[in-house]
Design a protein around this ligand. Structure first.
Ligand SMILES: Cc1ncc(COP(=O)(O)O)c(C=O)c1O
Length: 439
């Protein structure tokens, strides 16, 4: 009998024993290839000696000190390093303990910014359908995944949602990808005008949609148009890079590839690479100045913000991703993974789309490739795939509700950045075993 409140009360999970490199081992001795780093977390694999050393060294000096009394070297150095590599205009870092906290901080800072600059009437947040921004109430309200929101709907602050930029599902036959992107970006303007030209705080989006839709990148020009609309109406652009950031798509910040300047950006997951729980909310110099010259403090905070041990771990991770060149390797290995997936599943009757960027790849499962008809959700295809891939020794991230929170299935792959060519083959062959059993 366990006393742990698990994610699913009816699941019987193996107990983890240890991890090494790209593999996880349970206590029965079974080996699993870590094909999704949990949920796109373990970007450096397991047992990285540099990160472990950094944590141990930090513990030997000071594990924790409250940020209302002290700053710390690891927090200062981590913030400096993030800013050194951050998108243009981003100047300050607020260090938290995970992705949802980073998004809560982003939402509250955006609101407080307008409060400070004398625009308290701005109260709406616009986000996109089929997005996920975290499970705390503010972040959950922002997310556009109906299944996740439904039970908590009465507790969620009102947020409106426009279409995602989801080419495979949304592009019309008679429009180009670019035209499609402009069309869905323009929905933002329509929504701003509907809510009131000067009443919107922020538009929130994941540059590459992760868990809810399966590694969906935007089409060319989409975010440029979004930025133009935000500038026109004085709306802040909050990019949620909790899953797709920190090198996952081949650049440290995913938005670099779309040439878009966020006002606020949230990161987590790969920042700590699983060695410590940590996230960060980064904001523009302009937003920071509004707080500094206004009330002088951000009306927010948690006990563990700027946790020195977590920061020491993240600094070691970030150093490897940037100076160590690991993030640069991601594009190369990501291309190899995409090609291998296309070779194996490109003609598979039940694989409708193979997509993504870097080592962030999604396969959308369909009943019929031509009509893109999904499987009946009652069949729980993604659940079966999760079970069978795990049995085959591959931990990956299948999800359902890809299209609208109810219909559709996909598999998300987010392997560690240290994978070698042979591991690409291993992912594909283990996926094949599971696919053959389920489909
Ligand atoms: C895009 C995105 N934002 C926010 C979160 C929430 O992060 P956390 O689970 O660390 O709170 C997630 C988690 O999957 C995510 O994928």
């Amino acid at each position: 009998m366990s006393s742990v409140f698990p994610r699913h009360t009816k699941s019987h999970l193996p107990t983890i024993s240890h991890g090494k490199g790209v593999y996880l081992y349970d206590q029965a001795g079974k080996q699993y290839f870590d094909g999704s780093g949990g949920a796109a977390v373990s970007c450096l694999g397991h047992g990285d000696p540099d990160v472990i050393d950094a944590i141990k060294t930090q513990l030997d000096s000071i594990a924790y000190a409250h940020t209302s009394f002290f700053t710390s070297d690891p927090a200062e150095q981590l913030a400096d390093k993030l800013i050194e590599h951050a998108p243009e205009g981003i100047e300050r870092v607020y260090l938290v303990s995970g992705g949802s906290e980073a998004m809560e901080a982003a939402l509250k800072l955006a609101r407080q910014y307008f409060f400070e600059i004398g625009q308290p009437q701005r109260k709406h947040v616009i986000a996109r359908r089929q997005s996920y921004h975290g499970n705390t109430l503010g972040a959950l309200a922002t997310g556009g995944n109906e299944w996740r929101r439904a039970p908590f709907a009465p507790l969620l602050v009102e947020t409106t949602h426009i279409s995602a930029c989801f080419e495979y599902r949304g592009k019309g036959e008679n429009e180009t990808a670019f035209e499609y992107g402009q069309r869905v970006a323009n929905e933002l303007e329509t929504e701003i005008l509907r809510l009131g030209e000067d009443s919107v705080i922020a538009f929130v989006a994941e540059p590459v949609v992760g868990a809810t839709a399966g590694a969906v990148p935007p089409v060319e020009g989409y975010f440029k148009r979004v930025r133009e609309i935000c500038d026109q109406y004085g709306v802040l652009l909050i990019l949620d890079e909790v899953m797709c950031g920190m090198g996952r798509t081949g650049t440290l910040f995913a938005s670099e590839q779309d040439d878009v300047r966020p006002d606020i950006v949230a990161v987590a997951k790969g920042l700590g690479a699983g060695y410590q729980p940590i996230g960060a909310m980064l904001c523009s110099g302009e937003i920071y100045a509004a707080i500094e010259n206004g009330s002088g403090f951000f009306q927010h905070g948690h006990t563990y913000i700027g946790h020195p041990t977590a920061c020491a771990a993240a600094l070691a991770v970030l150093t490897k991703l940037t100076d160590g060149g690991i993030a640069a390797r991601v594009s190369q290995m990501g291309d190899k993974l995409q090609k291998a997936l296309e070779r194996e599943f490109g003609d598979h009757p039940n694989i409708g789309d193979i997509r993504g960027r870097g080592l962030f790849r999604g396969l959308e499962i369909v009943e019929d490739r031509i009509s893109k008809t999904p499987f009946d959700p009652a069949r729980g295809i993604h659940k079966l795939l999760k079970k069978k891939t795990f049995e085959a020794g591959l931990a990956c991230y299948p999800m359902g509700g890809t299209i609208d929170g109810q219909r559709g299935d996909h598999i998300l792959l987010a392997p560690p950045f240290i994978i070698e060519d042979a591991h690409v083959d291993e992912i594909v062959s283990k996926l094949r075993i599971a696919m053959d059993q389920v489909l």
